[in-house]
Design a binder for this molecule. Structure first.
Ligand code: PLP
Length: 386
């Protein structure tokens, strides 16, 4: 009976439900869980202390609708100092993280039937966000044999009069891909040619190990085509703080402000104080974080290279390795079960990120090198990888 109260659309997903991952994590006692993108790296204690002090000093009230003014000013400073981008106060809205930001953006820009292109493999929740706003997800399958690079000519074939936006997530979850400057510029040129928006999901901005670090918003002089979605979850190892922002043209932010008001009214005042101090300490915090994740990724990369029938490309960003197991002839879903049953390591099946991910598994390198070592020692013993 209870299910009758849940909208039918929630039972129509092709993607493996997250609840199945939780169930699988309970299958054995000594599982190494490499399925969840939750950074195992400490949240900065100085920022937390300052946040507590601000709580005691009375920062426990509603903030301004656009967000805490000090945090907004600091955010604007960051974009200017780090990327040379000018953002005005009315082009920025503080949100309760990236997911909340994506939800608000979709509700703001989509009319029923509007299309949003995603580049597969893509972050699972894009589908929900687009469909909840009445939109239609259009999937561009990035070619696996070209390291999931975008072929702009192919992408262009998916554009039509209903195309409202494309989501670009660079560095990308799950592929770890950092799209080239030519790719990013090509996508922006398409948006200009056909008059749609580019939603830059910059959630892994600090976890970029290449020289190509400039975010998409820096490709424009003023926020125009690009809508930036940002989060403190990964870049500051603060998934539970639930903080992020949207940067866009002021008319988009104006509409987003009303939707945000109806969803959350204002954002948690303490999280916003955390964000303020985190931005002020960003260089220090992110240098350590990036170095540690790069170390973990390179370790995993090196261990994968020693396994038979598994391949991956050199880590470019994020903390995910998207490993190609097509040579084994086993599907992503079956490999998911097999690895759990034989090695007691929980990963995620690649096809959970769109069909382009079939034949892949996603391995989260969020845990320490010691834990990764144990996980790869177990994988190495599996017959299929010998
Ligand atoms: N976008 C991408 C690509 C992600 O990987 C995630 C989380 O894993 C999010 C958005 C949402 O993160 P949050 O809501 O914690 O900011």
């Amino acid at each position: 009976m209870k299910n009758l109260y849940i909208a039918k659309k929630h039972w129509e997903y092709e993607l493996p439900p997250l609840s199945r991952t939780d169930e699988m994590a309970k299958r054995y006692d000594d599982i190494i869980n490499l399925s969840v993108g939750d950074p195992d790296y400490p949240t900065d204690k100085i920022c937390l202390d300052l946040m507590y002090q601000d709580a005691l000093a009375g920062h426990t009230r509603y903030t301004e609708y656009y967000g805490d003014p000090e945090l907004r000013e600091e955010t604007i400073n960051m974009y200017r100092e780090d990327y040379g981008v000018t953002v005005e106060m009315d082009e920025l809205l503080i949100t309760a993280g990236g997911t909340h930001a994506l939800y608000i953006v979709m509700q703001t820009i989509l009319d029923p039937g509007d299309e949003v292109i995603v580049i597969a493999p893509y972050y699972t929740y894009y589908k929900d966000e687009v469909e909840m706003a009445g939109g239609k997800l259009v999937v561009y399958n990035a070619p696996p044999d070209k390291k999931f690079d975008v072929e702009v000519d192919e992408l262009e074939k998916l554009v039509n009069s209903r195309t409202k936006a494309i989501i670009v997530n660079s560095p990308c979850n799950p592929s770890g891909k950092v799209y080239s400057r030519e790719n990013l510029q090509g996508i922006l040129d398409l948006a200009e040619k056909y008059d749609f928006q580019v939603i830059a999901d910059d959630i892994y901005g600090a976890l970029n190990f290449t020289d190509n670090k400039m975010p998409l918003c820096s490709y424009e002089e003023r926020p125009n085509r690009v809508i930036t979605v940002y989060s403190y979850s990964k870049d500051f190892s603060a998934t539970g703080i639930r903080l992020g922002h949207i940067i866009a043209r002021s008319d988009i932010i104006d509409a987003a402000l009303n939707i945000c008001g109806g969803v959350t009214f204002t954002i948690c005042s303490l999280s916003q104080r955390f964000g303020l101090y985190a931005l002020r300490r960003r260089k220090e915090i992110q240098e350590g974080l990036r170095a540690e994740y790069q170390r973990r990724m390179l370790y995993a990369y090196e261990r994968i290279s020693r396994l038979n029938h598994v391949k991956c490309f050199y880590p470019e960003g994020t903390f995910y390795i998207f490993a190609d197991v097509r040579e084994t002839g086993i599907s992503s879903m079956d490999m998911w079960d097999k690895i759990l049953d034989e090695a007691k390591v929980l990963v995620l099946p690649g096809d959970g990120f769109g069909k382009a991910g079939e034949g892949y598994i996603r391995i989260c390198c969020t845990v320490s090198v010691e834990v990764l070592k144990e996980a790869f020692d177990r994988l190495e013993k599996m017959d299929i990888f010998k």
